[in-house]
Design a protein around this ligand. Structure first.
Ligand SMILES: Cc1cc2nc3c(=O)[nH]c(=O)nc-3n(C[C@H](O)[C@H](O)[C@H](O)COP(=O)(O)OP(=O)(O)OC[C@H]3O[C@@H](n4cnc5c(N)ncnc54)[C@H](O)[C@@H]3O)c2cc1C
Length: 200
């Protein structure tokens, strides 16, 4: 019997274990709703591998957190680095034994009777309800402002640190930056600074 023909049934399926999927799972668990979370990679994968090295949370640790769990080991006034944010979600999930299965991508979701059928490489899950928590930024978009193939364009999704950039890079595609670069006759390949996140 191949994995495709293995069928599991659950009341509610949550797809994705970022902060939305983890929070949804915690609420479902509190209410005793049988559910399963499928995460294609690791808990909070976007924070781990799809952000730049120096990223920190937008807000201070006292604020950017779930209501019932404080950030351990971080000054409440400080901005948690991205790895700490990912670790926070992981600890939150494991300490509550949330039913999260990692390394399982959902490759297809279909309506099935009164519910849904989700397909994964490990088998099929049928659920009455599905919460799609796969994140708001699915596909990186690079605007076609620059057509010269000699100019490197890198989406923030793939950007890690300044070492990955050629000298004289413009961070972001914001019109203000491009206009400023253009006014200098530089085109959008001159230095305007480097991506930074929040001040510490
Ligand atoms: C550069 C940047 C900085 C940000 N900084 C902050 C910040 O400081 N504070 C803040 O609150 N928000 C910040 N955000 C917004 C942030 O993206 C969201 O707050 C948060 O990550 C959204 O959580 P989420 O669970 O909805 O999605 P995500 O964090 O994107 O999680 C989605 C999860 O679903 C998984 N997944 C995707 N597709 C599948 C699939 N087919 N099958 C199984 N699993 C799947 C992914 O691997 C991922 O783990 C930032 C966003 C960006 C782009």
């Amino acid at each position: 019997m191949g994995p495709e023909s293995m069928i599991e049934t659950i009341h509610t399926l949550v797809i994705g274990a970022g902060q939305a999927g983890v929070a949804t799972s915690a609420h479902l668990a509190k209410r005793g709703v049988p559910h399963l979370v499928l995460e294609r990679a690791r808990i909070a994968e976007r924070w781990r591998s799809e952000r730049w090295d120096s990223l920190v949370a937008n807000g201070p640790a006292w604020h950017d957190r779930f209501p019932e769990a404080e950030f351990a080991g971080i000054d409440p006034q400080a901005f948690a680095p991205k790895e700490a944010v990912a670790g926070y979600f992981e600890t939150f999930a494991t300490s509550r034994a949330l039913p999260i299965r990692t390394g399982v991508p959902v490759t297809r979701l279909d309506r099935h009777g009164d519910g849904f059928r989700a397909t994964t490489p490990q088998g099929v899950i049928e659920a009455r309800h599905v919460v799609v928590a796969t994140g708001p930024f699915q596909k990186p978009v690079i605007p076609t402002v620059v057509t010269d193939p000699g100019i490197t364009q890198l989406h923030s999704n793939a950007y890690k640190n300044p070492a990955a950039l050629p000298p004289g890079a413009v961070p972001g595609g914001r019109r203000r930056l491009l206009r400023r670069a253009d006014r200098r006759g530089a085109g959008p390949s001159r230095t305007e600074g480097l991506p930074v996140s929040r001040p510490a």
